[in-house]
Design a protein around this ligand. Sequence first.
Ligand code: ADP
Ligand code: 5GP
Length: 187
Amino acid sequence: MAPSSSKCRLTVITGPSGVGKGALVTRLLQRHQEIWLSVSATTRKPRQGEIDGTHYFFLSHERFVQLVKDGGFLEWAEFAGNRYGTPSQPVQQQLASGRPVLLEIELEGARQIRDSLPEAFHIFLAPPSFSELEERIRGRGTDSEDAIQKRLIRAREELQAQDEFDAVVINDDLEDAVLEIEQRMGF
Ligand code: ADP
Ligand code: 5GP
């Protein structure tokens, strides 16, 4: 779907782990307080400083499976050994209220959204190079070596899928990437 001149109501940002999605979304929300960011559920353990209900809803595997059965997720996927999902109801509520909604999710989830909500605008955030991506994941210092390896394997798959997206933005300089995403979102 091509970006319209008006603000896109549902935007999906996808990109390999460590590319800078979190950093970019934080700046975007600071600059546009009307944007509503979906808080995902995950079975991953919280990283240092992550707050339940703010960064994620941290759930047990059993609770996550139950929510899937109950139809509570708009989409969900397994990523690097954990499950992640977008709670359906809050997204539907915010869309109904007319607020611009942002999802920051991985590739499989983005594909599910493309099927279920075809009006969504999909942006892929790419690194300037694979070696820079690896440096960023390591530099973040939040993941074990095992988790880093899983994320790098998945990153290669995600990078191969970037042509599926409505727009590809390279996160070389963060401020430039924020400006480009704003433009793509119609701000
Ligand atoms: P993601 O949410 O995509 O996994 P993060 O937002 O956690 O990635 O970013 C990974 C690391 O890269 C963080 O340490 C972040 O500060 C850094 N980073 C993000 N964007 C840039 C950039 N444009 N240049 C250099 N470092 C960046
Ligand atoms: P992290 O563990 O680094 O916070 O996130 C790992 C990956 O899961 C990232 O690519 C992130 O975009 C993705 N992710 C976060 N929330 C969701 C979600 O609700 N659904 C899906 N499919 N992916 C998510």
